[in-house]
Design a protein around this ligand. Sequence first.
Ligand code: S3P
Length: 429
Amino acid sequence: MDKIEITKASRFSGEVVSPPDKSISHRAVMLSSIARGKGVVRNFLRAQDTETTMQAFRALGIEIEDSGDKLVIHGKGLHGLREASDVIDCGNSGTTMRLLAGVLSANPFFSVLTGDRSLRSRPMKRVIKPLSLMGAHISGRDGNRFAPLAISGGELTPISYTMPIASAQVKSSILLAGLYTEGITIVKEPAKSRDHTERMLPAFGAELTSDRLTVTVRGNRELSSQDITVPGDFSSAAFFMVAAIVIPGAEVLLKNVGINPTRTGLISVLQSMGADITVLNTRSVSGEPVADISCRGTTGLKAADVPRAIVPSLIDEFPILCVAAARAEGTTEIRGAEELRVKESDRITAMATELAKMGVVVEEYPDGLKIRGSDTLSGTEVHSHGDHRIAMSLAVAGLTASGVTTVHGARAVDISFPGFFSLIRGLTA
Ligand code: S3P
């Protein structure tokens, strides 16, 4: 069934091991495929988005052995991919399409990238433009705005590019293309987006330096395969973090959560609302900081102050932050978040529409939302808009609402977090 019924939780306690990080899982498969030798990926995320990346590289001639607990990827070096015999379907995954566009632009064969209806409506000019400046032959539907993308790969030249928006996908696409050029590619961002590519590439032997908002990579150097253990996904843990703080008496320990500072803006915002969240046992896993996070039900949560500068570090947590704001005292304004309009759904409209159905007073801005916190949310019929993060956020809202909340389009959670609903059931039982 594509709908799930949620009722108010009187209990929400236990331990949750965060599912593996989606962004890092994509990158682990991509870099291992274009590196030389046998690479091992442990704790790879088993979800639709990351399976899509794995299938794409298989279609490009890479052997990937899957023994359940790990992937063994037989990397063929920078020039080892071969032309796929069919269109490559990137499903719902922007990361797959945009990063792959960078790699395939430099590979001397023809590729077509497509995706589901959501991905085919997301902006692609943001990668087509810089890749074209590097000399790529890449075009897309509707004047290069949208996928499908057609790529006739060939030799590229390095560029120095200043990105108009903070985007890890665009940054990574250019850096991956830069690996194939003779010379130095420089990417500058207006604000720091997630830096998993910059952390992983040097481990594979790439000559890459990163200085605040500027990343520099020297191309034409083979990568060598590595063993990678993927840390838990902060963005998946975030749903349990917010559920725990808004449910009275809740006590949840989130284990093995990636706390890369480019991802954890939500923790500081929730703490500034008064949430009882403690980061414990910080350690490092494959070059990424990881910790356990203890979260407790908090009474008297205050409205959030969300400075614009913090938005890139909580970009995927916007839907669940809206749920925390809906349960806080006072009014929360989130601005400077126009990128949310071009995610898997228009997340500003999606959250405004669905929270309003639950009785929340919400005002939409072109670049964000104003949410008036309330003691009572009303369970009703809500819709995921086909977006995994909206589905999970509405389910968490349902845990604090009166009556029954029916989340339609709940199957969308399989994009990033197939076990989500059974974990919720375990903590509420
Ligand atoms: C991602 C980057 C972000 C994020 C997405 C994953 C990545 O997108 O929203 O979920 O893995 O690089 P943008 O690069 O469009 O900001």
